[in-house]
Design a protein around this ligand. Structure first.
Ligand SMILES: Nc1ncnc2c1ncn2[C@@H]1O[C@H](COP(=O)(O)OP(=O)(O)OP(=O)(O)O)[C@@H](O)[C@H]1O
Ligand SMILES: [Mg+2]
Length: 362
């Protein structure tokens, strides 16, 4: 199969197992983002795809070819790292063409490829400048340009935006997504930032302790997280997890806990009814709280608001719900003052249930 495929890949350093057993198929042209907390094995996996790190066992195919033991330059890959070093004495054009010149490509071809890459990255006006005369974002684009000129089969990115400020990161996210459209190449991108993953990925791979927790589109992983780890990792602010009991009242199942009694949505009713587990973990995303009841399935909850933060179109509330700390993100109008204690509403169609012991979703 084309694209990138990892089959039962493992990685051990001495007796430390970093990747216990990882299998994944990445389709040709797909933009896949690996996301997970620090130390979960994202960079290790990417470096094994690149051939910068040897696998302990398993197999890696790129473009239908077994490259498990191939050297990096035999893999048709281009890689962009978090800490890129541009050559300070070379101008942008020469920085971008460095690899091509090293490979001894013809002059005309080099000029043409640099022209195309510079155009794509909007660097054309800066080709004669030295790196010190560029902004951070322009430098980052030059670093991208150095790999794009090579027109590899797979582009590998390891946290390429983490040195940039928030505003630049957000505009580079958009540019990268556009670049993926223009280049139409397979891209594998590593980040610990769930927003980067959500905004850019065709599919997100969420990792923890070297193990894939879930693979899915941004919509999938946000709407149907497989466990509490994914549920709390994806989405900002994080999903609230509360201990609750299930109670069947004449066929209608409710989740009850200190300070709340919420009807479960239709999609969870049957699983909840059939469940022998009384004690569960209830998941409530902050953004599904509201200051007003907007539909019949909005249920009232009393929040004791400790801190209200003004975000703009919404307020983040650090609150107490029946003795449990919860975060609520409540939309507000332009005239709203900071929220105080009171009755709020929760969209019960967006509730989640998890096994209290295993954390697996219902
Ligand atoms: N040479 C090594 N010897 C032993 N352990 C290593 C070695 N290199 C990496 N590790 C371990 O492998 C694990 C995964 O590291 P990796 O760099 O892949 O994490 P990561 O997910 O990229 O994290 P981060 O977000 O911090 O970059 C870490 O626990 C790390 O300590
Ligand atoms: Mg890393």
């Amino acid at each position: 199969m084309s694209g990138v495929s990892l089959r039962n890949v493992t990685k051990r350093y001495g007796n430390v197992t970093v990747i216990p057993d990882l299998s994944l198929d990445i389709a040709e042209g797909e933009f896949v983002v690996f996301v997970g907390p620090s130390g979960c094995g994202k960079s290790t996996t990417l470096r094994m795809i690149a051939g910068l790190e040897k696998v302990t066992s398993g197999r890696i195919d790129i473009a239908g070819r077994d490259v498990t033991w191939a050297r990096p330059k035999e893999r048709d890959i281009a890689m962009v790292f978090q800490s890129y070093a541009l050559y300070p004495h070379m101008n942008v054009a020469r920085n971008m063409s460095f690899a091509l010149r090293l490979a001894g490509r013809p002059k005309d071809e080099i000029a043409e490829r640099v022209r195309i890459a510079a155009d794509m990255l909007e660097l054309t006006p800066y080709l004669e400048r030295k790196p010190k005369d560029l902004s951070g974002g322009q430098r980052q684009r030059v670093a991208m340009g150095r790999s794009i000129v090579r027109d590899a089969y797979v582009f590998l990115f390891d946290e390429p935006l983490s040195n940039l400020d928030a505003k630049l990161r957000s505009s580079m996210r958009t540019e990268l997504a556009l670049l993926h459209k223009k280049l139409d190449r397979t891209m594998v991108y590593v980040t610990h930032d769930q927003i980067e993953a959500m905004t850019m990925a065709d599919r997100i791979v969420i990792m923890k302790d070297g193990l894939i927790q879930q693979v899915g589109s941004p919509k999938d992983v946000y709407n149907t997280p497989v466990n509490t780890f994914v549920a709390t990792f994806m989405g900002s602010p994080s999903m609230n997890l509360l201990p609750a009991d299930l109670s069947d009242e004449g066929g209608d199942v409710f989740a009850t806990g200190a300070g709340f009694k919420l009807p479960l949505p239709d999609r969870l009713q049957e699983a909840a009814r059939n469940s022998a587990r009384k004690g569960i973990t209830l998941g409530m995303r902050p953004e599904h709280f509201s200051a007003e009841a907007r539909a019949p399935h909005f249920s009232a909850v009393d929040l004791h608001v400790k801190v209200a933060e003004y975000i703009g179109s919404s307020q983040y509330l650090a609150a107490d719900l029946g003795g449990q700390a919860v975060t609520a993100a409540v939309e507000v109008g332009p005239e709203s003052d900071l929220m105080t204690d009171g009755t709020f509403f929760f969209d019960t169609s967006r509730l989640y249930l998890f096994d209290r012991k295993t954390g697996d979703a219902f």
